[in-house]
Design a protein around this ligand. Structure first.
Ligand SMILES: Nc1ncnc2c1ncn2[C@@H]1O[C@H](COP(=O)(O)OP(=O)(O)OP(=O)(O)O)[C@@H](O)[C@H]1O
Length: 305
Protein backbone atom coordinates (compact mmCIF):
# COMPACT_ATOMS: atom_id res chain seq x y z
CA UNK A 1 0.00 0.00 0.00
CA UNK A 2 1.30 3.48 -0.90
CA UNK A 3 0.83 6.56 1.29
CA UNK A 4 -1.33 9.27 -0.18
CA UNK A 5 0.62 12.46 0.62
CA UNK A 6 1.40 13.01 -3.07
CA UNK A 7 -2.06 12.21 -4.45
CA UNK A 8 -3.75 15.23 -5.98
CA UNK A 9 -7.53 15.01 -5.87
CA UNK A 10 -9.39 17.71 -7.72
CA UNK A 11 -12.96 18.89 -7.36
CA UNK A 12 -15.34 16.83 -9.50
CA UNK A 13 -13.12 13.73 -9.50
CA UNK A 14 -14.92 10.53 -8.47
CA UNK A 15 -13.32 8.15 -6.01
CA UNK A 16 -14.62 4.60 -6.32
CA UNK A 17 -13.97 2.16 -3.47
CA UNK A 18 -12.16 -1.01 -4.52
CA UNK A 19 -14.00 -3.37 -2.15
CA UNK A 20 -17.32 -1.76 -1.21
CA UNK A 21 -17.82 -0.23 -4.68
CA UNK A 22 -19.27 3.01 -3.34
CA UNK A 23 -18.48 6.21 -5.29
CA UNK A 24 -17.79 9.67 -3.93
CA UNK A 25 -17.60 12.88 -5.94
CA UNK A 26 -14.87 15.10 -4.53
CA UNK A 27 -15.90 18.63 -3.48
CA UNK A 28 -13.86 21.28 -1.72
CA UNK A 29 -10.95 20.59 0.61
CA UNK A 30 -12.27 20.89 4.18
CA UNK A 31 -8.92 20.74 5.91
CA UNK A 32 -5.48 19.28 5.97
CA UNK A 33 -3.33 18.19 8.87
CA UNK A 34 -0.32 16.09 9.71
CA UNK A 35 -2.26 12.87 9.12
CA UNK A 36 -4.20 13.56 5.96
CA UNK A 37 -6.49 15.60 3.79
CA UNK A 38 -10.23 15.83 4.36
CA UNK A 39 -12.60 16.58 1.48
CA UNK A 40 -16.29 17.32 1.32
CA UNK A 41 -17.73 14.58 -0.93
CA UNK A 42 -21.14 13.65 -2.30
CA UNK A 43 -22.52 10.19 -2.77
CA UNK A 44 -25.95 10.36 -4.35
CA UNK A 45 -27.65 13.28 -2.61
CA UNK A 46 -25.75 12.94 0.64
CA UNK A 47 -22.73 14.89 1.78
CA UNK A 48 -19.89 13.26 3.74
CA UNK A 49 -16.33 14.04 4.76
CA UNK A 50 -13.71 11.78 3.16
CA UNK A 51 -10.23 11.47 4.63
CA UNK A 52 -7.17 10.40 2.69
CA UNK A 53 -4.54 9.54 5.22
CA UNK A 54 -0.82 9.93 4.71
CA UNK A 55 -0.16 6.66 6.51
CA UNK A 56 -2.14 3.42 6.14
CA UNK A 57 -1.59 2.45 9.78
CA UNK A 58 -2.81 5.82 11.08
CA UNK A 59 -5.90 5.57 8.87
CA UNK A 60 -6.62 2.07 10.18
CA UNK A 61 -6.29 3.27 13.78
CA UNK A 62 -8.68 6.16 13.14
CA UNK A 63 -11.17 3.80 11.47
CA UNK A 64 -11.02 1.52 14.52
CA UNK A 65 -11.80 4.43 16.84
CA UNK A 66 -14.73 5.58 14.68
CA UNK A 67 -16.12 2.00 14.64
CA UNK A 68 -15.95 1.92 18.43
CA UNK A 69 -17.69 5.30 18.68
CA UNK A 70 -20.41 4.10 16.30
CA UNK A 71 -21.23 1.34 18.76
CA UNK A 72 -21.31 3.60 21.80
CA UNK A 73 -22.38 7.09 20.81
CA UNK A 74 -25.71 8.42 19.57
CA UNK A 75 -24.73 9.97 16.25
CA UNK A 76 -23.17 8.04 13.34
CA UNK A 77 -19.43 8.47 12.83
CA UNK A 78 -18.09 6.10 10.15
CA UNK A 79 -19.86 5.64 6.84
CA UNK A 80 -17.32 3.65 4.83
CA UNK A 81 -13.68 2.55 4.84
CA UNK A 82 -12.03 1.33 1.66
CA UNK A 83 -9.10 1.54 -0.73
CA UNK A 84 -8.97 3.29 -4.07
CA UNK A 85 -6.71 2.51 -7.04
CA UNK A 86 -5.16 5.56 -8.64
CA UNK A 87 -2.47 5.39 -11.31
CA UNK A 88 -1.73 1.78 -10.41
CA UNK A 89 -1.30 2.50 -6.68
CA UNK A 90 -3.68 1.58 -3.88
CA UNK A 91 -4.59 4.23 -1.28
CA UNK A 92 -6.70 3.83 1.88
CA UNK A 93 -9.46 6.28 2.75
CA UNK A 94 -12.47 6.50 4.98
CA UNK A 95 -15.75 8.38 4.85
CA UNK A 96 -17.40 9.93 7.89
CA UNK A 97 -20.28 12.17 8.86
CA UNK A 98 -19.79 15.66 7.49
CA UNK A 99 -19.85 18.28 10.23
CA UNK A 100 -20.99 21.76 9.22
CA UNK A 101 -19.60 24.68 11.16
CA UNK A 102 -16.93 27.27 11.71
CA UNK A 103 -13.90 27.18 13.93
CA UNK A 104 -14.75 29.12 17.13
CA UNK A 105 -12.63 32.18 16.23
CA UNK A 106 -14.58 32.69 13.00
CA UNK A 107 -17.94 31.98 14.64
CA UNK A 108 -17.23 34.49 17.44
CA UNK A 109 -15.82 36.99 14.91
CA UNK A 110 -19.12 36.90 13.03
CA UNK A 111 -21.56 36.61 15.91
CA UNK A 112 -19.93 38.34 18.86
CA UNK A 113 -17.88 37.41 21.89
CA UNK A 114 -20.92 36.77 24.12
CA UNK A 115 -21.08 33.31 22.53
CA UNK A 116 -17.91 32.37 24.43
CA UNK A 117 -19.88 30.99 27.38
CA UNK A 118 -22.42 28.92 25.47
CA UNK A 119 -19.70 27.46 23.23
CA UNK A 120 -17.68 26.60 26.35
CA UNK A 121 -20.66 24.89 27.96
CA UNK A 122 -21.54 22.94 24.82
CA UNK A 123 -17.94 21.84 24.39
CA UNK A 124 -17.84 20.61 28.00
CA UNK A 125 -20.98 18.58 27.27
CA UNK A 126 -19.42 17.08 24.12
CA UNK A 127 -16.32 16.08 26.05
CA UNK A 128 -18.52 14.70 28.82
CA UNK A 129 -20.37 12.47 26.32
CA UNK A 130 -17.05 10.87 25.36
CA UNK A 131 -15.79 10.66 28.93
CA UNK A 132 -18.92 8.82 30.06
CA UNK A 133 -18.19 6.17 27.41
CA UNK A 134 -14.68 5.64 28.81
CA UNK A 135 -12.75 7.74 26.26
CA UNK A 136 -10.75 10.94 26.27
CA UNK A 137 -10.64 13.14 23.14
CA UNK A 138 -6.89 13.79 23.45
CA UNK A 139 -6.11 16.20 20.63
CA UNK A 140 -8.38 19.05 21.69
CA UNK A 141 -7.58 22.27 19.81
CA UNK A 142 -9.58 25.03 18.19
CA UNK A 143 -9.21 23.52 14.68
CA UNK A 144 -10.97 20.39 15.93
CA UNK A 145 -14.00 22.23 17.28
CA UNK A 146 -16.71 23.31 14.83
CA UNK A 147 -19.52 25.64 15.88
CA UNK A 148 -22.82 26.10 14.05
CA UNK A 149 -26.41 27.33 14.58
CA UNK A 150 -27.09 28.55 18.11
CA UNK A 151 -23.57 27.88 19.44
CA UNK A 152 -23.85 24.13 18.84
CA UNK A 153 -20.51 22.36 19.04
CA UNK A 154 -19.14 19.25 17.32
CA UNK A 155 -15.70 17.73 17.54
CA UNK A 156 -13.79 16.56 14.47
CA UNK A 157 -10.62 14.47 14.13
CA UNK A 158 -11.09 11.50 16.41
CA UNK A 159 -7.53 10.29 15.73
CA UNK A 160 -6.46 11.22 19.26
CA UNK A 161 -9.30 9.45 21.08
CA UNK A 162 -7.82 7.25 23.80
CA UNK A 163 -9.32 4.81 26.28
CA UNK A 164 -9.14 6.14 29.85
CA UNK A 165 -5.99 5.12 31.68
CA UNK A 166 -3.88 4.73 28.52
CA UNK A 167 -1.17 7.07 27.22
CA UNK A 168 -2.46 9.89 25.05
CA UNK A 169 -1.08 9.15 21.58
CA UNK A 170 -1.98 12.24 19.58
CA UNK A 171 -1.86 15.74 21.01
CA UNK A 172 -0.93 19.33 20.15
CA UNK A 173 1.73 20.82 22.41
CA UNK A 174 0.01 24.11 23.21
CA UNK A 175 -2.95 22.24 24.74
CA UNK A 176 -1.00 19.39 26.30
CA UNK A 177 -0.63 19.34 30.09
CA UNK A 178 2.68 17.45 29.76
CA UNK A 179 4.08 20.34 27.72
CA UNK A 180 3.11 22.80 30.49
CA UNK A 181 4.58 20.62 33.28
CA UNK A 182 1.06 20.28 34.64
CA UNK A 183 0.70 16.51 34.72
CA UNK A 184 1.11 13.26 32.88
CA UNK A 185 0.11 12.48 29.32
CA UNK A 186 -2.39 9.90 30.53
CA UNK A 187 -6.01 9.79 29.38
CA UNK A 188 -8.38 11.02 32.09
CA UNK A 189 -11.12 13.69 32.17
CA UNK A 190 -8.56 16.14 33.54
CA UNK A 191 -6.38 15.75 30.43
CA UNK A 192 -9.14 17.08 28.16
CA UNK A 193 -10.18 19.70 30.72
CA UNK A 194 -6.65 21.11 30.74
CA UNK A 195 -6.84 21.42 26.93
CA UNK A 196 -10.27 22.98 27.34
CA UNK A 197 -8.82 25.71 29.60
CA UNK A 198 -6.14 26.53 27.00
CA UNK A 199 -8.85 26.54 24.31
CA UNK A 200 -10.87 29.06 26.40
CA UNK A 201 -7.84 31.31 26.89
CA UNK A 202 -7.40 31.31 23.13
CA UNK A 203 -11.08 31.93 22.49
CA UNK A 204 -10.96 34.73 25.08
CA UNK A 205 -8.30 36.58 23.07
CA UNK A 206 -5.11 35.48 24.90
CA UNK A 207 -3.60 33.61 21.93
CA UNK A 208 -0.55 35.90 21.56
CA UNK A 209 0.37 35.72 25.25
CA UNK A 210 -0.16 31.96 25.26
CA UNK A 211 2.25 31.55 22.37
CA UNK A 212 4.83 33.79 24.08
CA UNK A 213 4.66 31.61 27.20
CA UNK A 214 4.82 28.43 25.12
CA UNK A 215 7.98 29.73 23.42
CA UNK A 216 9.81 29.93 26.77
CA UNK A 217 12.29 27.40 28.11
CA UNK A 218 10.62 24.02 28.83
CA UNK A 219 11.62 24.06 32.50
CA UNK A 220 10.04 27.52 32.91
CA UNK A 221 6.61 26.57 31.60
CA UNK A 222 4.18 26.25 34.45
CA UNK A 223 0.46 25.89 35.07
CA UNK A 224 0.78 28.93 37.38
CA UNK A 225 1.50 31.14 34.35
CA UNK A 226 -1.66 29.89 32.66
CA UNK A 227 -3.69 30.61 35.81
CA UNK A 228 -2.33 34.19 35.73
CA UNK A 229 -3.47 34.49 32.11
CA UNK A 230 -7.00 33.56 33.22
CA UNK A 231 -6.97 36.62 35.53
CA UNK A 232 -5.72 38.80 32.69
CA UNK A 233 -8.45 37.61 30.33
CA UNK A 234 -11.69 39.61 30.85
CA UNK A 235 -13.87 36.99 29.14
CA UNK A 236 -12.38 34.19 31.26
CA UNK A 237 -12.59 35.89 34.63
CA UNK A 238 -16.28 35.10 35.37
CA UNK A 239 -15.61 31.38 34.79
CA UNK A 240 -12.15 31.44 36.33
CA UNK A 241 -13.07 28.86 39.02
CA UNK A 242 -13.67 26.27 36.33
CA UNK A 243 -10.66 27.26 34.24
CA UNK A 244 -8.17 27.49 37.11
CA UNK A 245 -9.45 24.17 38.46
CA UNK A 246 -8.87 22.62 35.04
CA UNK A 247 -5.34 24.05 34.84
CA UNK A 248 -4.48 22.82 38.33
CA UNK A 249 -6.01 19.38 37.64
CA UNK A 250 -8.64 19.77 40.36
CA UNK A 251 -11.56 18.52 38.24
CA UNK A 252 -11.76 14.75 38.11
CA UNK A 253 -15.07 14.76 36.25
CA UNK A 254 -16.03 16.82 33.22
CA UNK A 255 -19.70 16.62 34.26
CA UNK A 256 -18.86 18.46 37.49
CA UNK A 257 -16.90 21.07 35.54
CA UNK A 258 -19.84 21.53 33.13
CA UNK A 259 -22.33 21.86 36.02
CA UNK A 260 -20.16 24.52 37.64
CA UNK A 261 -19.75 26.41 34.33
CA UNK A 262 -23.54 26.37 33.87
CA UNK A 263 -24.13 27.68 37.41
CA UNK A 264 -21.77 30.56 36.73
CA UNK A 265 -23.62 31.32 33.48
CA UNK A 266 -26.95 31.35 35.31
CA UNK A 267 -25.56 33.48 38.13
CA UNK A 268 -24.69 36.15 35.58
CA UNK A 269 -28.15 35.98 34.03
CA UNK A 270 -29.30 37.76 30.90
CA UNK A 271 -26.00 39.48 30.18
CA UNK A 272 -24.67 36.05 29.26
CA UNK A 273 -27.31 35.39 26.69
CA UNK A 274 -25.71 35.82 23.27
CA UNK A 275 -26.98 38.76 21.27
CA UNK A 276 -28.70 38.05 17.94
CA UNK A 277 -26.43 37.68 14.97
CA UNK A 278 -25.21 41.00 13.57
CA UNK A 279 -26.32 39.95 10.10
CA UNK A 280 -29.85 39.16 11.37
CA UNK A 281 -30.08 42.52 13.12
CA UNK A 282 -28.87 44.31 10.00
CA UNK A 283 -31.44 42.59 7.79
CA UNK A 284 -34.28 43.41 10.21
CA UNK A 285 -33.19 47.09 10.39
CA UNK A 286 -32.96 47.31 6.59
CA UNK A 287 -36.41 45.69 6.24
CA UNK A 288 -38.06 48.14 8.67
CA UNK A 289 -36.30 51.08 6.96
CA UNK A 290 -37.51 49.96 3.51
CA UNK A 291 -41.12 49.69 4.74
CA UNK A 292 -40.78 53.22 6.15
CA UNK A 293 -39.48 54.51 2.81
CA UNK A 294 -42.26 52.77 0.90
CA UNK A 295 -44.95 54.27 3.17
CA UNK A 296 -43.51 57.79 2.86
CA UNK A 297 -43.33 57.43 -0.94
CA UNK A 298 -46.95 56.21 -1.00
CA UNK A 299 -48.04 59.11 1.22
CA UNK A 300 -46.25 61.63 -1.03
CA UNK A 301 -47.84 60.04 -4.12
CA UNK A 302 -51.36 60.17 -2.66
CA UNK A 303 -50.83 63.75 -1.49
CA UNK A 304 -49.71 64.94 -4.94
CA UNK A 305 -51.92 62.76 -7.01
N1 LIG B 1 -16.05 15.16 9.62
C1 LIG B 1 -15.62 16.36 9.26
N2 LIG B 1 -16.48 17.31 8.84
C2 LIG B 1 -16.06 18.54 8.49
N3 LIG B 1 -14.76 18.92 8.51
C3 LIG B 1 -13.85 18.02 8.91
C4 LIG B 1 -14.22 16.70 9.30
N4 LIG B 1 -13.10 16.03 9.66
C5 LIG B 1 -12.08 16.88 9.50
N5 LIG B 1 -12.51 18.08 9.04
C6 LIG B 1 -11.68 19.27 8.74
O1 LIG B 1 -10.42 18.83 8.26
C7 LIG B 1 -9.37 19.29 9.13
C8 LIG B 1 -8.25 18.26 9.13
O2 LIG B 1 -8.76 17.00 9.51
P1 LIG B 1 -8.05 16.12 10.61
O3 LIG B 1 -7.93 16.97 11.84
O4 LIG B 1 -8.77 14.83 10.72
O5 LIG B 1 -6.63 15.89 9.96
P2 LIG B 1 -5.28 15.57 10.72
O6 LIG B 1 -4.28 15.29 9.68
O7 LIG B 1 -5.54 14.52 11.77
O8 LIG B 1 -5.01 16.97 11.43
P3 LIG B 1 -3.98 17.30 12.58
O9 LIG B 1 -2.61 17.26 12.03
O10 LIG B 1 -4.41 18.70 12.95
O11 LIG B 1 -4.26 16.32 13.67
C9 LIG B 1 -10.07 19.54 10.46
O12 LIG B 1 -9.38 20.48 11.25
C10 LIG B 1 -11.42 20.07 10.01
O13 LIG B 1 -11.34 21.44 9.66
Amino acid sequence: MTTSSKVVLTEGFTVCGKWNKRSYRIGRLLGEGANGKVFLVHSGKRAYALKFGFDALDIQMEVNVLRELDKKMQRPFLHDADDVELNGNVYPFYVMTYIRGDIPRHYIGRNGSDWFYLIGLNLLHKLGDLHRQGYVFGDLKSENVLVSGYGEVELVDYGGVTGKGRSVKQFTELYDRGFWNAGERVADDGYDLFGFAVFCLQMGGMEKKLKELAGGLPQNRSPGDLAKLVDECPKCRPVSDVLKGAIAGRWTSSSDAAASWKLLMEKHGAAWRPRPEKAGLWIRTAFIASIGLFLSALYAFLLNG
